[in-house]
Design a protein around this ligand. Structure first.
Ligand SMILES: Cc1ncc(COP(=O)(O)O)c(C=O)c1O
Length: 361
């Protein structure tokens, strides 16, 4: 079964001959509250707009994203998911050597290598809960022309210390090194966009931010992400971007941005309670060691030598629960898996199934 990414329900259902509807997906890390009702209404009421091509300049969507992110319109560019934004940004930055703490989201490496860049991995330490040690990264800045950071990081669920990050960006700037920060999960951390570097964009012209609406509104099928960057880079990205790469449903999503704050507050409350609870509960299972999470997913280490994560993944899936085998992340091994934080009744099902599978071996 392909395990390149989580959330591949189709693949899992085919491989295990289990109907998709019978699988509870803990492998994709989406908002546990699901798609907001008001957004669903916007899609239903706007279905007629799909009769037309989207505005190729995305004038309204860009204004909505700009307003939401608090960044001027010329500094914003929509993308077909954060994934298109990542690839397009690296196409324009064309870095030669990119310092990248690992484990992290695998598409960065693909995007960097596609433009002839080399990833310089910095392997994060499990003993330090995979926190990024900026003091150790700083001496490496003169060996690279770009740094890729994910905040909070997938799959470790660790948040960067904001002051340390800002000081690192300033040091990188002094050396002419660009810093890309992927904030796809930032709204799902306890302080939400309070953890974002977006307010510092105008101060640091070496800072590039990737964002997504995918995770926060649980809309992976819609494909909507965006980049925040200085205007000349956005112009270069526009020139390379495929016309209409962002579809009509994604465009409609922009209409929800001005009214999403209550939903995001409700989401943060749910994620905070559930991530703490699930972390504690998993920690009570003798064979497992969860890493303290900062957002809506938890990286878990299997500390029983006789237990193989691939087997655990398959056995759990046969019981209707999909977890993310995390062994294919650079910097991890076959002892690690990742689970999304979902709602309490679903988290209970995950725990019961984990215990049943582990204790019946
Ligand atoms: C950190 C991170 N950035 C970006 C993405 C891609 O997001 P999108 O589905 O919007 O392309 C993912 C998907 O899992 C992710 O984990």
């Amino acid at each position: 079964m392909s395990q390149q990414h989580g959330g591949n329900l189709y693949n899992a259902s085919q491989a295990l001959q289990i109907p998709m509807a019978a699988l509870l997906d803990f492998s994709a890390n989406l908002n546990p509250l699901g798609m907001p009702d008001a957004l669903q209404d916007i899609y239903k009421n706007g279905i007629h707009t799909l009769l037309h091509y989207p505005d190729p300049d995305y004038t309204v969507l860009r204004a909505q994203l700009s307003q939401y992110a608090g960044v001027p319109v010329p500094c914003v560019l929509e993308g077909n998911g954060a994934t298109e934004s990542i690839f397009l940004l690296f196409e324009v930055l064309k870095p030669k050597r990119v310092l990248m703490p690992v484990p992290t989201f695998s598409e960065y490496g693909q995007a960097i290598e596609r433009v002839g860049g080399v990833v310089v991995p910095f392997v994060l330490c499990e003993e330090d809960s995979f926190q990024v040690p900026f003091e150790q990264l700083k001496p490496l800045l003169h060996t690279v022309d770009c740094v890729m950071l994910c905040n909070p990081n997938n799959p470790t669920s660790q948040l960067l210390d904001k002051q340390a990050l800002l000081s690192f960006i300033a040091d990188a700037k002094a050396l002419g090194v660009r810093v890309v920060v992927d904030e796809a999960f930032i709204e799902l951390t306890e302080q939400g966009v309070g953890n974002s570097t977006a307010p510092y964009l105008s101060q640091h012209d070496n800072l590039y931010i990737i964002r997504a609406l995918t995770k926060i509104f649980a809309i992976p099928g819609v494909r909507l992400g965006y980049v925040l960057a200085k205007a000349d880079i956005i112009e270069k990205m526009k020139a390379r971007k495929m016309c209409w790469s962002v579809n009509g449903l994604a465009v409609l999503t922009g209409n929800y941005l001005s009214q999403c704050q209550a939903f995001l507050a409700q989401t943060r409350a749910c994620v905070t309670t559930e991530k703490n609870w699930l972390f504690e509960q998993i920690g009570q299972i003798a064979a497992l060691k969860p890493i303290t999470p900062a957002t809506n997913f938890i990286l878990v280490k299997v500390i029983n030598d006789n237990l193989n994560v691939q087997q655990l993944h398959t056995t759990m899936a046969r019981q209707g629960i999909l977890i993310r085998n995390a062994s294919n992340f650079d910097g991890l091994n076959e002892q690690f898996f990742r689970v999304a934080v979902r709602q309490r009744h679903e988290n209970l099902t995950l725990l019961q199934t984990l215990k049943r599978v582990l204790f019946s071996r």
